[in-house]
Write a protein that binds this ligand. Sequence first.
Ligand code: KG4
Ligand code: ZN
Length: 332
Amino acid sequence: MRVLGIETSCDETGVAVYDTKQGIIGQNIYSQVDLHAKYGGVVPELASRDHIQKTLPLIHQTIADSELKIEEIDGIAYTAGPGLTPALMVGATLGRALAWSLDVPAISVHHMEAHLLATLLAPSKPQLPFIALLVSGGHTMLVKVGDFGDYEILGESLDDAAGEAFDKTAKLLGLGYPGGPEIAQLAEKGTPDVFTFPRPMTDRPGLDFSFSGLKTAVQTAVNAVDELDVQTRADIALALEDAIVSTLFIKCRRALETHGIYQLVLAGGVAANQSLRERMIRLDATVHYPPISLCTDNGAMIAYAGHERLRRGLSTGLAVDCRARWSIEEIE
Ligand code: KG4
Ligand code: ZN
């Protein structure tokens, strides 16, 4: 069985084919980073206009790379949400229409479930049950995974996501978008302990997060320095990265201990962060990640999640399924 996956929930157009026997046999990604860079964040209208331009050519290319004919595809999976509505609608409409024209099932995929399942594309796979920390630009949550489709949110961000904290503070420091990789790179030149930022909500019980205060803390630090030179920026970047990584570490440790589970999955764009990966080694648990290239948005995770749904007999009707907000606990 072969499933074509289409991802257009934000600023990446991702397309891939997953084959039951061979795994991912073709994948392509087009990033809109340059398009949005000058705005310091994603502009939904521009994102959707670009997805309209890029998605069909990318599907054509991916089918050719996979050495297939489009008639050899058994199902079309598309990201149905959560995400930016105008961006989601492009992949959803094209995917649903393509499935109809080929007379194959369409499968709507939950973007965060796809991030989570991408871990199963790595050589070392977690055993059930496990705890997952899903950290992206739009979401931060700890989820207890009992089985495929059995997801219990243990805690989530009450305001900004961890990736958003990276992106917003990068903007304050005059860095480019997306901020996570820029902050991480700059932090390598930072001196420890010149700045210290809070570890939000770690001093009270529970597994929720709150990252919006960090941008205020960074703004206060920026205002207090005489000159925001390269070294000062690097010192701030390191302190910010440390605050986010420490907060995520403390909450993961608490989740594992509370639930007596010692398997942890880290997924989503922020899981590409090297400091985060190095810190998690200190946990008394086996930690699993998707391959680095599959941490940020891509079509492969959608093709794989779609394949996993289709082989369980799950598919979507003719109506185009598209939801800006959609809890991972509410996946049918
Ligand atoms: O999962 P993703 O590609 O898109 C969403 O679903 O939101 O995550 C994007 C987020 C951005 O906020 C970006 O700054 C962050 O992931 N990110 C990183 C790194 N690479 C991407 N954050 C920290 N360190 C990184 N290396
Ligand atoms: Zn994502």
